[in-house]
Design a binder for this molecule. Structure first.
Ligand code: TNX
Length: 549
């Protein structure tokens, strides 16, 4: 037999069998974050508009079922026919809860004649659907193709067993420095779901804006949500003075309580918990501008128009300040079911406290010897208030400087040192160090070709190098709840720019949280190429740094 005939014959056999060559399917199986185990099979499953979806109502996998339905709509413009019961028949997709798996674990089996998702609970099943989505060619999801794959799509045969290592995989969005609409927040949550992230940390208040409606204190949004003019440029290091250039249009926005509920619900349906952050006692100028009696001097301030750390913080000498924060928290707790409530606590200068008679009196009465301890007093008082209502306090790593209870959750941002210290003391910790998780930093050293950013340089590879367990023994590691990407928005004025800063670096944070043990950057890049196809198809804006061939 000639070589040519042999080739024609084997190609014919392959076509007849309807199988993709194994090497091809491996290339097609490119899931981010990396699943615990992937075993490529032979052939592929054809998912068609008439493929029945089987599930048992008693399994209550409603998030997963809704995600699957969304997938069907994106592909075919319609839901699949839904059947009740176990799927044992050929040509079906089955969704099943099994007791043998953890709530957030799943086993996805794609065979040429059926797809089976077995999961420990709704979260696991939801993650399986996200994985399934990444097994389908990205082009099927493009805006142009939406609902148009009526001829069906193919999914390569595979068995994937998977579960996250870390229970907390977060993204923080700062909506205070620049406001993002409810629709934009929802698109951010969609992105989180794609990356199997499960905590949305919503930074709702800061010097430059108060963004959450509080019925008891209406001026917080009437006054505190708007800054009079917009900073459009300044010379480096010259933020405070005449080097600033402004656009005279005001910048503002806030979320009504109905909108907050809508976002919390939208997130919950994507297995995402929303942790609100209300900054206390620093980063308070917008609140003080709304109610001057919250500050040490009672002066009338304006909502701040420039960035950086501000000396004007809440007066923690007066009890009225605690009445205020408790009133705010009462409404926050009604809106957010999250067991963790973030109260900031970062970058709080004590200059005002040092010359405030009320703060001095508080120090004397409480036997405090430094102003730093006054922050510790304020934090612990709020922590007690939250604990009495069944919630736990979370804050930035400055909490450690003022003396912190062993139950507060510490978010390590000034490097990992604070997190390491806290984990050794027994505090629960989330790692979000500037060195690996600050997605407001430049993505490349060549900053001249980039839109203005906060500074720093954090390329994709460095994000991926994050080791959340570094320097900790096994006992201490158990205190590390997870990792978080932070998107501060001083220089991110619109949602397109937010996407550009998030993508693709968010994928690296997601992977470090999902499976911190392995660290194979080359393999990550191979899989990421596939994922960037999704970003493009779904219409997200992204950077190409680190993804070029
Ligand atoms: C520090 S991280 C801050 C933010 C800034 C950020 C800029 C933290 C707890 N505080 O207020 O936006 O740096 O990267």
């Amino acid at each position: 037999m000639t070589m040519k005939r042999l080739l024609v014959l084997s190609l014919g056999c392959w076509l007849l069998a309807g199988c993709a060559p194994k090497i091809g399917s491996l290339e097609r199986i490119a899931v981010v974050p990396r699943p615990s185990s992937v075993a490529a099979g032979e052939g592929e499953f054809r998912l068609e508009p008439c493929t029945p979806l089987y599930f048992r109502a008693a399994d209550s996998l409603s998030c997963a079922a809704a995600a699957f339905d969304e997938l069907a709509h994106a592909l075919f413009g319609a839901s699949l026919p839904v059947m009740q019961g176990d799927s044992l028949r050929a040509g079906t997709v089955g969704l099943l809860r099994v007791d043998s798996l953890r709530e957030d674990a799943y086993c996805l089996t794609v065979e040429p004649d059926r797809v089976m998702i077995a999961a420990g609970g709704d979260r696991g099943a939801f993650y399986a659907v996200q994985t399934l989505r990444q097994l389908i060619s990205a082009t099927c999801f493009s805006k142009k193709a939406i609902g148009g794959a009526t001829g069906g799509v193919s999914i390569p045969a595979v068995r994937i067993d998977d579960a996250p290592t870390m229970p907390y995989r977060g993204l923080m969005l700062d909506v205070a420095r620049h406001f993002f609409t409810v629709e934009e927040v929802k698109r951010t949550l969609d992105l989180m779901a794609l990356h199997k992230l499960n905590v949305f940390h919503w930074h709702l208040t800061d010097d430059q804006g108060w963004r959450i409606e509080i019925r008891k204190y209406p001026k917080l949004t009437e006054i505190g949500s708007v800054r009079r003019r917009t900073l459009i440029g300044h010379d480096p290091g010259g933020e405070y003075d005449e080097t600033c250039r402004y656009d005279e249009t005001p910048h503002g926005g806030y979320y009504t309580q109905a909108e907050i509920r809508e976002v919390v619900d939208y997130a919950a349906r994507r297995c995402i918990t929303v942790i609100p952050e209300v900054e206390f006692p620093g980063h308070a100028v917008a609140a003080l501008a709304s109610y001057p009696w919250l500050g040490c001097t009672g002066e009338q301030y304006e909502v701040r128009q420039t960035w950086d750390i501000d000396d004007r913080v809440f007066c923690v000498g007066r009890d009225s300040t605690f009445d205020f924060i408790e009133g705010v928290l009462d409404e926050v707790l009604e809106l957010f079911p999250s067991p963790l409530i973030h109260i900031g606590g970062d970058e709080c200068p004590d200059k005002m406290w040092a010359c405030c008679p009320h703060c001095r009196e508080r120090m004397r009465r409480e036997g405090l010897t430094s102003e730093r301890q006054l922050q510790g007093y304020a934090t612990t008082r709020v922590e007690r208030y939250l604990a009495a209502r069944g919630r736990r306090l979370m804050g930035w790593d400055e909490l450690l400087d003022g003396g912190v209870s062993p139950t507060a959750v510490v978010m390590s941002w000034r490097g990992s040192e604070g997190g390491i210290r806290a984990a050794r003391r027994g505090n629960p910790v989330v790692m979000a160090p500037t060195t690996h998780c600050y997605l407001d930093y430049y993505q490349t050293a060549d900053t001249t070709s980039e839109p203005l950013a906060w500074g720093g340089c954090l390329p994709l590879e460095q994000v991926y190098a994050l080791d959340p367990y570094e320097g900790l023994n096994a006992r201490e590691r158990a205190n590390v709840l997870g990792v978080q990407a932070n998107l501060w928005t001083e220089y991110i004025a619109d949602f397109a720019q937010a996407q550009y800063m998030l993508l693709p670096r968010l994928a690296a944070v997601a992977e470090r949280g999902w499976c911190p043990a392995g660290n194979d950057y080359a393999d990550f890049r191979r899989r990421l190429r596939h994922l960037t196809g999704y970003y493009d198809a779904l219409g997200y804006r992204r950077a190409s740094h680190g993804t070029e061939d």
